[in-house]
Each structure stands twice: as C-alpha cells, then as structure tokens.
Design a protein around this ligand. Structure first.
Ligand SMILES: C[S@@+](CC[C@H](N)C(=O)[O-])C[C@H]1O[C@@H](n2cnc3c(N)ncnc32)[C@H](O)[C@@H]1O
Length: 289
C-alpha cells in the first residue's frame, strides 16, 4: 500500500512521486515486481524511493547528469553522516545562500559532500526548488516567505537517514542518459523496468540546468525502439513527441503543474510494446515541498 508520505529530501520541479502506485502497477502486471528499477533522469528520485520503500523494487538505479544532483545522491548514500553534520551546522540565511550558490556554480573548490549539500541548500531555498532560480523572499528577504520557508531540517534529516539505511539497494550514476541506456545491460538483470522522465519538450529549458533539444529527444526515442528492457516514458503532450513515439502505446493525463505558474496541461506516457498497461488512473502531479 502507498501512503502520502514523501521520501525524497529534494523538492523537484515536475516531481513524479505520485506516479509510484501506477509504476508499481506496471511492474506487477508484467512480472517485474521485486526486480530492478532504473530512472535515467532521476532528479528527486521520488518514484524510485517509493518503489524501494514499498518493496516493489529490490534495487534502484538513479542517474542524473547534473553533477550537483549526483553529488547530493552520492552524499546521501555513501556519506550520510558527514552530510547530516553539515546540515545541522549550517544556518539558513542569505550569507550561506551566497556561499552555497558559489559551490553549486563551481566557483570555489569543494568536496563531494559540500557539492551535494549545495544542491540540497539551493533546492530548499530557491523558488519552486529550481537550482538556477532566485531565492524565496528575494535577495532583500522582503517577501512574506523567507528563504527558510521550505527548510525543515528535522524532516530532511529523517529522510536522508531513511535512505542511507537502504544504501546497499541503491546505485547512483552521473551519466548522459543516452550513454547509460546504451550500456545498461552491463548492470541491469533481465527483470528490470526503466522509467524515463526527460526534461519537458516545451517547458524543460527554464527548470533544469541541463535540457534537451529536439534531436536529443529524438535520439532517446530511436534508442528505445526495439529496446531490450521494458520502459515507460512520460512527457508533455507535444505534437513532436507524439510523432517520435507514434508506434508505442500511450496514455494521456492532466498535469497540475506549479513550478512557475499554476496551469493544467496535458501530459502523456508511452510504453514499450512488450508491456501490459494496467487499468489504473495516472494521478495529477504537483510540485512537492
Ligand atoms: C523532469 S526532471 C526529473 C524529475 C524526476 N522524475 C522527479 O520526480 O524528481 C529531469 C531531470 O533530468 C536531468 N537531465 C537532463 N538532461 C539529462 C541527460 N542528458 N542525462 C541524464 N539526466 C539529464 C535533469 O538534471 C533533471 O534532474
């Protein structure tokens, strides 16, 4: 059973944690339960963590090309004590915001844990969790909400600890998804599912530090044709994307998306030809805190 509990310490723009029951349904319907699960665009890894904690996946592989996001996950999985010490010792104020922004931008040298903490700090103090956005409350901190509005240290520490306890069931990568997809036979057993949540075709540019151009999306779609492992991919419902995946099964659903402005848009999921698609509703997602 799934609860409304969130496991990721990161708040992620376009986070998909609420898809976890549906993805678990896909695993169940296809005899993939308790197998491995790969998220090549992991971000906050909301789905992966839910699947692991609810016993649907025995091992999760989380990849993100953003070195700061990667450093964060490495710190949680392999250096949790150090990360928690840094979290406890760091006040949440504007001086620290400027400092950690320099670390995030690689303007000063830092250890992997400091880089990971910079990702957490900026994720929790910036608007909508966007690493390259401005700070909550503005630099003058004149807004109603201040930069610590989304920074509940106790809750974040609890989540980090819980994930660290499962470290042996988590592998972290920092690779370009295309490269990872080309080599994942090296580490994925046959009973595995891949869920891809690439940057949106239309809106991806403003949200992440790495985004895709048309041809990058196309390369992924081409790679997934006749692919060895079963896969699910979610996208914004753009004509160009539908064309790329026209031979795949698909489901559309509405997304209540709140990273910058609240609007309801159309989203779409495509499935590899060998997958049975469960008769379950895909919920609306929204930015989580
Ligand atoms: C839509 S977000 C993923 C959100 C995630 N599903 C969640 O629930 O938090 C897309 C992620 O892909 C990453 N990304 C962008 N280009 C990439 C690439 N070429 N390879 C791997 N990751 C990439 C971005 O850094 C971003 O974290």
């Amino acid at each position: 059973m799934f609860s409304n509990r969130l496991y990721s310490p990161l708040r992620y723009p376009g986070g998909k944690a609420s898809f976890a029951p549906f993805i678990a349904g896909v695993m169940e319907a296809n005899g993939l339960s308790k197998g491995h699960y790969l998220e090549p665009y992991a971000g906050g890894a909301g789905v992966a963590l839910e699947l692991l904690f609810h016993g649907h996946a025995a091992h999760i592989h989380i990849n993100d090309i953003d070195p700061a996001v990667h450093a964060f996950w490495v710190s949680v999985v392999s250096h949790s004590e150090e990360l928690l010490e840094l979290l406890n010792a760091t006040p949440i104020n504007m001086d620290e915001w400027f400092k950690w922004r320099c670390v995030l931008r690689e303007e000063i040298s830092a250890t992997i844990v400091e880089k990971g903490f910079a990702a957490l700090f900026m994720n929790r103090t910036n608007r909508s969790g966007i690493l390259k956005a401005g700070v909550i409350g503005g630099k003058s901190q004149a807004g109603v909400y201040k930069l610590n509005a989304r920074f509940d240290k106790d809750k974040i520490s609890e989540r980090i600890l819980k994930i660290a306890e499962r470290a042996e069931n988590i592998t972290v990568y920092c690779e370009d998804s295309l490269e990872l997809l080309r080599r994942c036979e090296e580490f994925l057993p046959d009973r595995s599912l891949i869920y891809l949540d690439p940057p949106y075709y239309v809106k991806g540019k403003g949200l992440y530090r790495n985004y895709y151009k048309h041809d990058d999306h196309l390369m992924i779609a081409e790679t997934l044709k006749n692919y060895k492992f079963p896969w699910v991919v979610s996208y914004d419902n753009a004509e160009e994307i539908c064309e790329m995946y026209q031979l795949s099964k698909s489901l559309t659903y509405g997304l209540n998306y709140t990273a910058q402005r609240r609007y309801v848009g159309n989203e779409i999921m495509f499935f590899s030809h060998n997958l049975i698609v469960p008769n379950m509703k895909i919920p609306q997602t929204k930015l989580v805190s």
